[in-house]
Design a protein around this ligand. Structure first.
Ligand SMILES: Cc1ncc(COP(=O)(O)O)c(C=O)c1O
Length: 357
């Protein structure tokens, strides 16, 4: 039961939402209810519980009979654990220059995972076989970190999407060169919802070896999972997760959240809604004189270019993230709880600020 709005323990207005990030949103009520359900009594710690066991079955229904989930606390942890499991100490990861592992994880892959990242500039956050080849060389050269894995993000950090065929081509290209493929699926639900395909269509069905499966941005309190698809590609997952401080002792509470999202269609409902709100927001922004959208809006993120003073004034009314600040970029993200009224209010504010500029 929700406490009354006047409850002195509440330090925020639960009716106020913005477009800064899908991480600003709260927890979906069905996930909260699942957490309460998993409470009480004792359950085996460190993943030996019944909720984690159930989660395995659900993950297999999405990602194939051999898939195995390793729940973790957060997305950075999922990526750092997954990437370590598919590389040797001398290994390197090829990724887009805009990849979260490169720009937004505080150097964790390098410092915590000991991984060398080989980055490639991309026009839209997406790698291609040709772009991968800018870094895929020198396997015999001991002076170079050895490219062992290609990491892609779906949906990308720029709100764009790979088609299943594009990911298949990347997997074939990488595998032919002895490299594995990791997919950062922090927003995998948004991708599947937008492409209108099951998540397997662009993961296990096309050759992805290992996946960071997102939960938080899709409505969880916290919690993601590394999903191993190709067991031949990974080593020592359990040890790496523990050593990387991502082994939850009370794992049932991570697992039950992912179960709540993935067992039926909550993941899809949440993602579809967020995507629809992003489309609506983008339409509204396009209709504002001078509103320029930077990338195709294919998931739940909208990237736009605005005069700096407009972004700054807007920032005082709605929190937004500046993106490539020098170029005037801003990012808006929609969540499972974004409403049409939220979008309309934001577009109206943008219209006012543009008119003043
Ligand atoms: C594409 C992508 N990967 C990984 C993460 C990492 O998630 P976390 O902040 O939970 O570590 C994020 C978070 O914003 C993300 O956008």
């Amino acid at each position: 039961m929700n406490p009354p709005k006047t409850d002195a323990r509440r330090h925020h207005d639960p009716e106020v939402r913005g477009f800064a990030s899908d991480n600003y949103a709260g927890v979906h009520p069905e996930v909260l209810a699942a957490l309460a359900l998993a409470n009480g009594g004792h359950q085996v710690a460190y993943g030996g519980d019944d909720y984690t066991d159930h989660l395995q079955r659900i993950v297999r229904s999405h990602f194939g009979a051999t898939a195995e989930a390793f729940p973790v606390f957060n997305g950075t942890g999922a990526n750092v654990v997954a990437l370590q499991a598919v590389t040797d100490r001398w290994g390197a990861v090829i990724c887009a220059e805009s990849a979260h592992i490169h720009v937004d994880e505080g150097g964790a892959p390098e410092r915590m995972g000991g991984l060398k990242l080989l980055t490639v500039p991309t026009p839209d956050g997406k790698l291609t076989p040709e772009l991968i080849d800018r870094q895929a060389y020198g396997w015999e050269d001991e002076h170079r970190a050895m490219p062992q894995v290609v990491s892609i993000t779906q949906s990308t950090e720029l709100g764009t999407l790979y088609t299943p065929e594009e990911i298949r081509a990347i997997c074939e290209h990488a595998h032919a060169r002895g490299m594995k493929v990791h997919l950062d699926g922090s927003r995998i639900a948004n991708a599947a919802a937008s492409l209108d395909v099951p998540m397997r269509a662009f993961t296990n069905a096309v050759g992805v070896d290992i996946l960071s499966l997102g939960g938080t941005k899709n409505g969880a309190l916290f919690g993601e999972a590394v999903v191993v698809i190709n067991h031949d590609a990974v080593r020592h997952m359990k040890h790496i997760r523990k050593m990387s401080m991502q082994l939850a002792s009370k794992m049932r509470f991570v697992s039950v959240q992912l179960e709540a999202l993935l067992a039926k269609d909550l993941w899809l409902r949440n993602a579809r809604h967020a995507n629809e709100m992003a489309q609506r927001l983008a339409e509204g922004v396009r209709a504002v004189h001078g509103g320029e959208i930077l990338y195709p809006v294919q998931a739940n993120g909208v990237f736009a270019k605005l005069p700096h003073e407009v972004s700054e004034r807007l920032q005082r009314r709605f929190r937004v993230y500046f993106w490539g600040e020098a170029a005037g970029g801003v990012r808006w993200v929609c969540s499972f709880d974004t409403t049409e009224d939220d979008g309309d209010a934001f577009v109206a504010a943008l219209e006012e600020e543009m008119a003043r500029a």
